[in-house]
Design a protein around this ligand. Sequence first.
Ligand code: FES
Length: 152
Amino acid sequence: MAQKYEPKIVALICTYCTYTAADMAGSMRLQYAPNVLVVKLLCTGKVDVIYLLEIFRAGADAVMVSGCEVGDCHFLEGNLRAKERVAHAQALLDEAGLGGGRLEMFHIGASDAPQWAEAVKMMTRRALEMGPNPLRAQRPLAEAAALEEPRA
Ligand code: FES
């Protein structure tokens, strides 16, 4: 009997906004798939294309990047830079045949817990539609968690 495919999703989220929303979603007991590995960042401006590609190489089926609303980034333009880098990485994923749709940028404010839950559901649905990451192999997804908060 074939094993059920449960997508592995990595979420790189800003501590000032989306992390608060995700925490609140838990307090509100909002329902969403538990298959998300959250990596808390000081700001999504820390996200780089190479990090994103490395997470896919480690075997993630989908990656979410979620920062403050446009205009609310505590580091002014970190979320806008992240958005550009996500778009670049999406193009590279398309070129590589993995599908840029496996990666998405969100802007979810601290009080938007329902939006966080919906974003996770949407990415889970998308990952299910796209199927497992063809690169998932020997490297454990936990290595992706090595991307910690940026060091000064
Ligand atoms: Fe939240 Fe920059 S501080 S995205």
